[in-house]
Design a binder for this molecule. Structure first.
Ligand code: CIR
Length: 261
């Protein structure tokens, strides 16, 4: 059983941070409907969806992935690279405190959860406009005692590492070779996005199926040809805020170490 922490779409979403995209009008009601369908999809796949409290004053609060990184042994509460997003982490810390021992990224370190990709026992950390080397080093110090190998990767063509590469299935990385050093993932099975779909590397492995944006039909076919079960969701309104499927949840096993263990 997996727990999925989510957070409602903020009415101020149109004031979101943007890095690689031009600002386009956002229909907040449509974004909220897409988010509700995403939560329903996770429920249908057997996840225990637990929405965090609404944060109307935080435009990007729906992108809860950036506020924490959750492993079986511990959770690391991040310090997001965008100052406007730093106050979002409190709700994740509160929810995770009962579920995992907590560690915190401290200043001057910055980490966005979107830059942290775990593939089996290797944790790739993207060095981006949001995540710095000090943040990556703090993450390594938190994780290495638990047997994880932490590797950094340069990310410059897209917002986060997970805009360029995600673990679509255990040991299988879906990636855009134009945006990330594909050689870093040579130990794993690799699926490239269709060249016409550069934004298609973000997939959410929900266990029973891969949750994937409906917009990337060609790459979806590639996932299916690899034998993966895919559930598509409409994400185009949230994509205008530079969000994708992994960003909208913190998905983790319900059976991890508790705060007292
Ligand atoms: C931001 O720029 O922080 C938000 N507008 C989008 C965050 C997307 N998060 C993610 O990919 N993990």
């Amino acid at each position: 059983m997996k727990i999925a922490l989510t957070r409602p779409v903020s009415p101020s979403l149109a004031r979101c941070e943007l890095t690689h995209m031009a600002r386009a009008p956002i229909d907040v009601a449509r974004a909220a409907a897409q988010h509700a369908a995403y939560e329903e999809c996770l429920r249908a796949l057997g996840c225990d969806v637990r929405p965090l409290p609404a944060a109307p004053g935080h435009p990007d609060a729906v992108f809860v992935e950036d506020t924490a990184v959750v492993f079986d042994e511990l959770a690391v509460i991040t310090r997001p690279g965008a100052a406007s997003r730093r106050a979002e982490t409190g709700a994740a810390a509160e929810a995770l405190a009962a579920l995992r021992p907590l560690r915190y990224i401290e200043a001057p370190g910055t980490v966005d959860g979107g830059d942290v990709l775990a593939v089996e026992r290797t944790v790739f950390v993207g060095l981006s406009t949001r995540t710095n080397a000090e943040g990556a080093a703090q993450l390594a110090r938190a994780l290495e005692p638990h047997g994880y190998a932490v590797r950094t990767l340069a990310v410059s063509s897209c917002l986060h590492l997970k805009s360029a590469a995600t673990a679509a299935a255990p040991g299988t990385v879906l990636l855009n070779p134009g945006w990330v050093d594909a050689g870093a993932f040579r130990a794993f099975e690799r699926i490239d996005v269709d060249p016409a779909e550069p934004l298609g590397a973000n997939a959410l492995n929900a266990g029973a199926a891969v949750v994937y944006a409906a917009a990337f039909a060609r790459t979806r076919d590639r996932l299916q040809r690899h034998g993966l079960t895919v559930r598509t969701v409409e994400m185009d309104e949230l994509a205008k805020a530079e969000g994708a499927v992994t960003c909208c949840s913190l998905l983790f096993a319900s059976h991890g170490a508790t705060a007292t263990s």
